[in-house]
Design a protein around this ligand. Structure first.
Ligand code: MRU
Length: 341
């Protein structure tokens, strides 16, 4: 049973792409307006919009904007612009996936190509919302009544077209009155769990308890947690899951304490061309995100800031997609899922 969200992180209005600026939530609710492909790519790089499916949807609209620039200016290097867009963030495969979907149209040379690119972006946008609602139902079916769950980062309405992958499952399970308590880990250093997940659940009248990442093993030890429920930025052909750094820590601790791990992601996040997680380019972001203002000009203090990690398939209990559920994922089961109609 779905539990609609009031939050729309991406809007298409008056031929402009409007992103809810996630850098300042929950304290400020600003819009970031993109009239060009470059503005959208910068918004992705700066985390104005983040979360794998939301990045993909933004990129689909950005290709349309870039095509308008290309038509208006013969000197505009559209090929380089598309390359820059794909490279705005390296890890979430939905970005390249969405650009490829649009490129397939670009290669067709049709008279109404502009309209087709825009319609395709709108279709990708709507499809994501529909898929999230399906995943919500599939995932909620795996959850028993009275369960306690923890989620990491933000895989909610803000990270998608508007319902969420992991938070979509949590919304659906909540509407079926199956959840006793929902925990969100704060997600250092960018605080997606604290600033985004807690905010969007509270906006939709769903109670949530925030913990620091260091409290996860205590949580499993003391609170009898049933599920870790997360989204993903890329799932490899063997079922390895790339998600926000800290996900693998939770999965390892979950195994120790007998907690199950659910990964909810659309099939656009599954990358059958990458065999395993060790082959994925893991984004490293600026050390200033960790050090903040604490060490101006101190060359002896640096920070290492990989923002995703790899959870081996063996630690995952279920992958939930819009096409169905894969229990204890492995290479053969992933192939069967992706080959199914
Ligand atoms: O760096 P972010 O905020 O883009 O990372 C997002 C995540 O890791 C999410 O958990 C993941 O994209 C799933 S979003 C439905």
């Amino acid at each position: 049973m779905s539990y609609p969200s009031s939050i729309s992180p991406i809007r298409w209005e008056n031929n402009r792409l409007i992103l809810l600026d996630q850098r300042y939530l929950p304290l400020k609710h600003d819009d970031y307006v993109c009239a060009t492909l470059e503005q959208a790519a910068q918004g992705i790089a700066d985390l104005v919009v983040r979360g794998a499916p939301a990045i993909g949807i933004t990129a689909a609209y950005a290709v349309y904007l870039g095509y308008q620039q290309h038509k208006q200016n013969v000197n505009y290097d559209f090929t380089a612009a598309l390359e820059g867009l794909i490279n705005a963030r390296p890890t979430a495969v939905n970005l390249a996936w969405a650009v490829e979907q649009q490129k397939a149209l670009l290669n067709t040379d049709q008279a109404d190509l502009s309209q087709q690119l825009l319609d395709n972006a709108k279709r990708i946008h709507q499809q994501d919302l529909d898929d999230n609602i399906k995943m919500g139902d599939f995932g909620a079916n795996l959850i028993d009544s009275g369960s306690r769950v923890v989620t990491h980062c933000n895989a909610g309405a803000l990270a998608t077209a508007g319902y969420g992958t992991a938070l979509g499952v949590i919304r659906s399970a909540w509407s079926e009155e199956k959840l006793d308590q929902i925990f969100a880990s704060e997600t250092r250093p960018w605080l997606q769990g604290l600033r985004l997940t807690a905010w969007e659940l509270a906006e939709d009248k769903i109670p949530v308890t925030v913990i620091v990442e260091g409290a996860v093993s205590s949580l499993f030890n003391r609170k009898k947690i049933d599920w870790v429920i997360v989204g993903s930025d890329r799932i490899c052909a063997n079922g390895d899951v790339i998600n926000k750094v800290g996900t693998c820590n939770q999965a390892i601790m979950a195994r120790h304490y007998g907690v199950k791990v659910m990964v909810a992601a659309p099939t656009s996040t599954i990358d059958m061309n990458t065999q395993s997680g060790d082959l994925v380019d893991i984004e490293n972001r600026s050390d200033s995100e960790i050090l903040a203002q604490n060490y101006p000009d101190n060359e002896l203090v640096s920070a290492w800031n990989p923002v995703f990690d790899v959870t081996p398939a063996a630690l995952v209990s279920a992958i939930v997609t819009e096409k169905g559920v894969v229990l204890q994922p492995d290479k053969d089961k992933m192939l069967a899922l992706m080959s199914s109609k």
